[in-house]
Design a protein around this ligand. Structure first.
Ligand code: 0PR
Length: 365
């Protein structure tokens, strides 16, 4: 067998996105694919060889900074939300220079924070959430002490798409002079395009870093994550010397680093513009409402009224439904607390996909 044929046969075993209602990734935009191909041989790990790609990354970071109310923010495009969160916390830890450092994060934080606590040797203090699944501010305040090097707020939780009270977290962070990292890996390219956007970003004085992933709602090719800092100081705190490269210092976590995510994210944002993104987000939110209505007719109630295009429905049979649907080649997910089935209504989850899913789900229940 020809090797390409062999590859194709493996690839054909993957599930098509038209049956995936659990993913925060989606089919990349067609321009993203073209941009990716153009930059396929690039390596931002050795910037002197790729000055054009370096320049493009600066333009993309400025574009994202513009969106996040800080045109002069510093940052870079990385492998995804996990790396962005690691680097956000690592920078805060290095700037704060405390012995036995700790961070205060909501219980609803993504599992990447488990890795952070292991890699960075920071103690992770987890805060409960209220009945709306937003972090409990009084408890955040109680858990902060003189060794706290970062507070974390989430703008679009993985499980429910909820937004923490970032205005209040920001005030607290300012008062106590502690960096505030916002995990907007998912929400960062949803919230700014909503009707009445919640101010989760650098518009708040206390916010010092933001995770925002173009390979989620930005329809860029994988990998394309983003870490943005309010100030250069945080990037400087990540630098190591690179004795034999075209550059002298490196602040990234990985060495060799593709320019494909930069190019694909730039292509999508530049060609669609913020107006085009608004239209994409509007459609996803409309389809989320449609899913809620369809599920209501089947007797299912959402855990919270969806804030963005993530929604979970309460059911004791969550695990059984997920398994039976997977057997029928449909992918949904479940959440930890309360028992519920979860959906992410990405751009590929169209009205037609929802109708097909509901028809299948009817048979399952
Ligand atoms: N922060 C938040 C709020 C996230 O939701 C995620 C990922 C991350 C950080 C980590 O991002 P990376 O996975 O890019 O490192 N959220 C999804 C999740 O873990 C990612 C995902 C994407 C899962 C596609 C499944 C899938 O098919 O559920």
């Amino acid at each position: 067998m020809d090797v390409l044929e062999e590859l194709r046969s493996f690839r054909e075993r993957d599930l098509p996105y038209s049956r995936v209602l659990s993913s925060m990734c989606t089919i990349p935009h067609e321009l993203a694919v073209k941009a990716h191909q153009l930059f396929i041989g690039t390596n931002l790990g050795d910037p002197g060889i790729f000055p054009g790609t370096v320049e493009l990354e600066k333009k993309l970071i400025a574009m994202l900074g513009d969106l996040l109310h800080n045109k002069s923010c510093a940052g870079y495009i990385c492998s995804g939300g996990t790396e962005a969160n690691i680097q956000g916390i690592r920078a805060a830890r290095n700037v704060m220079r405390k012995r036995e450092p700790n961070i205060v994060i909501p219980k609803t934080a993504h599992f990447s924070f488990e890795k952070i606590c292991d890699i960075l040797c920071v103690e992770v203090r987890r805060v409960s959430v209220d009945e709306d699944y937003k972090v409990d501010l009084a408890e955040v305040e109680r858990l902060i002490d003189e060794k706290t090097v970062a507070i974390v707020g989430i703008a679009g939780t993985t499980e429910l798409g909820q937004i923490d009270p970032i205005l209040e977290l920001s005030k607290l962070a300012e008062e106590r002079e502690i960096p505030l990292h916002i995990d907007a890996a998912f929400g960062g390219l949803v919230i700014p395009f909503m009707e009445d956007p919640y101010p989760f970003d650098f518009a708040n004085e206390g916010v010092t870093s933001i995770t925002l992933d173009p390979h989620k709602m930005g329809m860029a090719t994988i990998p394309a994550g983003g870490i943005l800092f309010k100030d250069e100081i945080f990037l400087k705190a990540l630098e190591v010397e690179t004795p034999y490269l075209t550059s002298k210092m490196q602040f990234t976590l990985t060495g060799t680093r593709p320019g494909t995510g930069v190019a694909s994210a730039y292509a999508v944002l530049k060609s669609l513009g913020f107006e085009g993104m608004r239209e994409i987000v509007r459609r996803c939110l409309r389809n989320t409402r449609m899913l809620v209505e369809e599920m209501a007719q089947l007797g299912f109630e959402p855990v919270i009224e969806p804030v963005m295009n993530v929604v979970a429905f309460k059911t004791d049979k969550a695990e059984e439904f997920k398994q039976e649907l997977y057997r029928r080649k449909w992918v949904i997910s479940t959440i930890r607390e309360p028992r519920a089935i979860r959906f992410v209504v990405m751009p590929h989850v169209t009205e037609e996909v929802i109708k097909n899913f509901i028809a299948e789900f009817r048979k399952v229940i």
